[in-house]
Design a protein. Structure first.
Length: 317
C-alpha cells in the first residue's frame, strides 16, 4: 500500500486542514472588528486633538510671539522745544537754549545758511572721538584738561572739509562740521541765574568747547556745536510747576543721544539749507563694542539714517 493511501495519514491531513480552516475563518472574522475599533479610536483621538489644539492655539500663539524679536518702530516725530523757552547769549558766540542745550554756530556756517547752500554734515561726538583728557582721567578736571584724541584728528577734519567724493564733482553743496555731545554731568542754570552766574560745570564746559572750536586747527571752518545739558536737581520737574525758563523733562530726554533732538535742532538752525543726509556721516566711540560704555552713538546714527563710523574707522587708525 502506498503511504498516501494510508487511512491514518489521510485522517491526519483532514484534521490539520480543518484546524487551519477554522483558524483562518476566525482571523478573517476578527479583522473587520479590529479595523472598525481602530478607526473609531482614531476618529476619537483626532477629535480630541482638534479640541485641544483649539484651546491651546491662542496660548501657543502668544508664546511664539513672545519668543520672536520685537520690531522697533522708529518715529520721525520730534518734540519741538516750546517757543517760550529763552535763548540766552553767552560769551564767544555760544547760546543756552533753555536748560537743555548749549549751542554754537560759527560765522562761516552762518554765511552758508544765508546763501541757502546744500550741506553735507560731518558730525562727531566730542569726548574720546575728537578730544581726550591730558590728565588721563575719564572726565576733564579743568577747562584746559584736553588734547586731540589723536594727532591725525585736526588734519583729517580739514581734509574732509576740502575733499569731494567721486560722485560729488559739482559745486552745489558745502561740507560742515558739527559736534553732538551728551553732557549729563553739566548743570545748566543759565535761564534762571543769568549768563554771568553759570554753574561751575557749565562754565568749565563752555570754556573747553570755546578752546576747541577756536583752536588754530579748526579756526575758519564752518562748524556748529550742540551739547545736551541737564537742569539743576532742585529744578527737576520745574516745567510742571510754572517755571517758564526751565526746559521740560521730555525735551531734555529728547536732546540726549540717542534721541534725535540735537540733530533736529541743527536742521531748524540751518533752514532753509537742505541737509544731504544720505551723504553725511556721524562718528562716535559709543558703538556697543567690547569695552565701550554704551552704543548710544551707533543708535543715534542708525535712528537718523546716517552712515556711522567709529573714530578708528574715520581717522584710518
Amino acid at each position: 500500500m502506498c503511504i498516501r493511501d494510508s487511512p491514518r495519514i489521510q485522517e491526519r491531513s483532514r484534521y490539520k486542514l480543518s484546524i487551519s480552516f477554522r483558524l483562518l475563518t476566525r482571523l478573517l472574522l476578527s479583522l473587520p472588528f479590529r479595523f472598525i475599533a481602530l478607526g473609531l479610536a482614531s476618529v476619537h483621538l483626532s477629535n480630541n486633538i482638534r479640541h485641544l489644539a483649539s484651546i491651546m492655539a491662542p496660548t501657543a500663539k502668544r508664546a511664539l510671539s513672545a519668543l520672536q524679536p520685537k520690531k522697533v518702530v522708529k518715529s520721525n516725530t520730534a518734540i519741538a522745544p516750546p517757543a517760550k523757552l529763552p535763548v540766552i547769549k553767552i560769551n564767544h558766540g555760544f547760546e543756552s537754549l533753555g536748560t537743555h542745550c548749549l549751542r554754537y554756530i560759527s560765522p562761516e556756517l552762518k554765511s552758508l545758511i544765508d546763501s541757502d547752500a546744500k550741506l553735507i554734515v560731518g558730525a562727531f561726538d566730542l569726548d574720546d572721538t575728537l578730544v581726550k583728557t591730558k590728565s588721563g582721567g575719564k572726565f576733564p578736571r579743568t577747562a584746559e584738561d584736553w588734547q586731540w584724541w589723536h594727532n591725525k584728528v585736526p588734519e583729517s577734519l580739514n581734509t574732509w572739509i576740502r575733499n569731494k567724493d567721486v560722485e560729488d564733482q559739482d559745486d552745489s553743496f558745502s561740507k560742515v562740521l558739527v559736534l553732538f555731545t551728551n553732557q549729563g554731568g553739566v548743570t545748566n542754570t543759565i535761564p534762571t541765574s543769568g549768563p554771568n552766574k553759570p554753574s561751575l560745570s557749565f562754565a568749565k564746559l563752555h570754556s573747553r568747547l570755546h578752546q576747541v572750536v577756536s583752536s588754530p586747527q579748526l579756526a575758519g571752518l564752518p562748524l556748529a556745536v550742540y551739547a545736551a545739558t541737564k537742569k539743576s536737581k532742585a529744578k527737576m520737574g520745574a516745567s510742571t510747576m510754572g517755571n517758564d525758563n526751565e526746559s521740560p523733562d521730555a525735551v531734555h530726554s529728547e536732546f540726549r543721544k540717542p534721541g534725535p533732538g540735537m540733530w533736529n535742532q541743527l536742521k531748524r538752525d540751518v533752514h532753509p539749507c537742505l541737509v544731504l543726509k544720505d551723504r553725511s556721516v556721524y562718528v562716535g566711540d559709543a558703538a556697543g563694542r567690547k569695552g565701550d560704555f554704551s552704543d548710544s552713538d551707533k543708535n543715534f546714527a542708525q535712528g537718523l539714517g546716517l552712515k556711522f563710523q567709529t573714530p578708528e574707522e574715520f581717522f584710518s587708525l
